[in-house]
Design a protein around this ligand. Structure first.
Ligand code: UDX
Length: 441
């Protein structure tokens, strides 16, 4: 099929590339000429495991194209995906200006029936707003259908999530659009995972409900972990104990330093705002937001307590900056909150991350030190803080760590190590919701 994808951010690029992989002819459009030039010459603007293979293969096979020319893409495509940013506006509601202005431009270019698919995460009612823009601006006699088709891609495994989705949600009441979308997604659900059809508004809400539910699940576990510490229970045991109940499930029960990233914080906020616009007070989600804010600095609070509030001129190593492993994304990353707190308290900070160092450097410059490997960051540090659970941190050389650290003190925001092992190794080891290992007392 012939496809256009408008916007080559994270979602647009993964969507365009993965759609070309099953034989579709895809044109991706971006307004940034430098970015388009780079992609044309085979440079991927984001880090996403596995994307490069598909990207290069489909460019080579002439199925994946990049352009700044919206008219060319609109002419080419029978299905046009909108994958544009919906940043939070001042009041927490998603800002629809990119989507609505692109819709206006596209409407003026359309000369025959098209399916317009909204991939971005947008508040309930957006498909109606986009439809209205088209209705007002299409040439007489021409129609389009606007479909809601939210993405459920996790960064780091986005290619797999796209190629083998748990489900595809298609929100449309048009039989023609439904038929075309079903044909497009058929190769991706061959293993039997469902395409779930619904109306546009339910589809838009499904995306917010999914992310907000997951954010709530994580936040609930973070609170259980905090309670475990106070009552002498072990969150790992509790996690296993509840996760084996199918109704709860094993996934997304890992306590840590709070959720971050480009989706959960933004989507939870936006759902609270949508609810309040509809005169509904979404109490659970308001609590999720405030608990998560506190959780982001839970590690710093542990540090402060350990040093009796005096961390001025102390130096800290931080392992992990990305909001989660296998990405270079630092949007709403707990690491940034932790670093800011430490700097404000007068501490020195030395960091290491396998992928996200460049992004952090662009933001924080020389306010902190950047290390070439995890061990360099430890040199002379008063303590190590583990913030992102990269696999490379899971089995480190503990003796080497001891030799480099000024004191054998670890605050682990991701529960990477065994309590028994850390006890035997002689560390002070403070993790989330588990027994404190204190070899110093
Ligand atoms: C999320 C959704 O999973 C995806 O379906 C949606 O389309 C976009 O938002 P992503 O932001 O890439 O994907 O990350 P995800 O793997 O869901 O993790 C989100 C945050 O929750 C991270 O900060 C992660 O560290 C945290 N998390 C996740 C936990 O703290 N504990 C867990 O058990 C799982």
């Amino acid at each position: 099929m012939k496809i256009a994808v408008i916007g080559t951010g994270y979602v647009g690029l993964v969507t365009g590339t993965c759609l070309s992989e099953t034989g579709n002819s895809v044109i991706c459009v971006d307004i940034d000429p430098d970015k388009v030039q780079k992609m044309k010459s085979g440079i991927i603007p984001i880090y996403e495991p596995g994307l490069d293979v598909l990207f290069h293969r489909n460019i080579k096979q002439d199925r994946l194209h990049f352009t700044t020319d919206l008219a060319e893409a609109v002419k080419h495509a029978e299905i046009i995906f909108l994958a544009l940013p919906t940043p939070p506006g001042g009041d927490g509601a998603a800002d629809l200006s990119y989507i609505l202005s692109a819709s206006l431009e596209i409407a003026k270019l359309v000369k025959e029936y098209k399916v317009i698919v909204n991939k971005s995460t947008v508040p309930v009612g957006t498909a109606d707003k986009v439809s209205a823009v088209f209705k007002e601006n299409l040439a007489p006699g021409i129609t389009v259908d606007v479909v809601s088709n939210p993405e459920f891609l996790r960064e780091g495994v986005a290619v797999e999530d796209f190629m083998k989705p748990d489900r595809v949600v298609i929100g449309t009441r048009s039989e023609t659009a439904k038929r075309l979308m079903t044909e497009l997604y058929a190769p991706y659900v061959r293993q039997g995972n469902p395409i779930i059809y619904m109306d546009e508004r339910s589809s838009e809400l499904t995306k917010y409900a999914a992310n907000s539910f997951l954010a709530t699940k994580i936040t609930f576990m973070n609170e259980i972990a905090n309670l475990c510490e106070l009552v002498g229970a072990d969150v790992d045991a509790v996690r296993r104990g509840i996760g084996s109940d199918d109704r709860i499930g094993r996934r997304f029960l890992f306590p840590g330093v709070g959720y971050g990233g480009s989706c959960f914080p933004k989507d939870v906020q936006a759902l609270v705002k949508s609810a309040s616009d509809a005169a509904y007070d979404f109490k659970i989600l308001k609590s999720v937001i405030s608990v998560n804010e506190k959780q982001k600095v839970v590690l710093v609070n542990k540090v402060k307590k350990y040093f009796n509030g005096n961390i001025k001129d102390k130096s800290f190593a931080i392992w992990g900056l990305a909001f989660k492993p296998e990405t270079d994304d630092i949007r709403e990353a707990p690491s940034l909150y932790i670093i800011n707190e430490l700097l404000e308290l007068g501490a020195k900070v030395s960091v290491y991350d396998p992928e996200a160092m460049g992004n952090v450097k662009a933001l924080l410059g020389d306010r902190i030190d950047y290390s070439i490997d995890p061990y360099e960051a430890l040199n002379g540090a008063d303590a190590l803080l583990i913030v992102t659970e990269w696999s490379a941190f899971r089995n480190p050389d503990f003796e080497k760590m001891k030799a480099l650290l000024k004191a054998n003190v670890i605050f682990d925001g991701r529960n990477l190590f065994d309590i028994e092992k850390m006890t035997d190794l002689g560390f002070y080891y403070n993790s989330i919701g588990r027994k404190l290992v204190n070899n110093e007392s």
